[in-house]
Design a protein around this ligand. Sequence first.
Ligand SMILES: [Zn+2]
Length: 104
Amino acid sequence: MEISILGMNYAVELYDGLAREETALGTCTSDALLIRIDKSLKPDKHNKTVFHEIIHAALFELQNDKAARDEKMVDNIALALYQTLRDCGALNMDSLLLKNPSRV
Ligand SMILES: [Zn+2]
């Protein structure tokens, strides 16, 4: 799956064991245009993590590296956006759920 973030096409991949290897539920590598999400996450946690990594990517693309590395701020913005869009029905949850047979 790819997500266009400020015009840049980021590949989004499910990764088995990411939380164990990186001690993170997701990672964003702007140089490689790659977002990885731990494969074992339940749908709601998965979606929150996708939003979190999108905010990282957006801030990197805006060349605001200091903000992009501020985990608390990134998490707060991601959570506020995710919950607002989800709760008002403006979010297509299916589009955030990557292909994963365990969720079918
Ligand atoms: Zn983060």
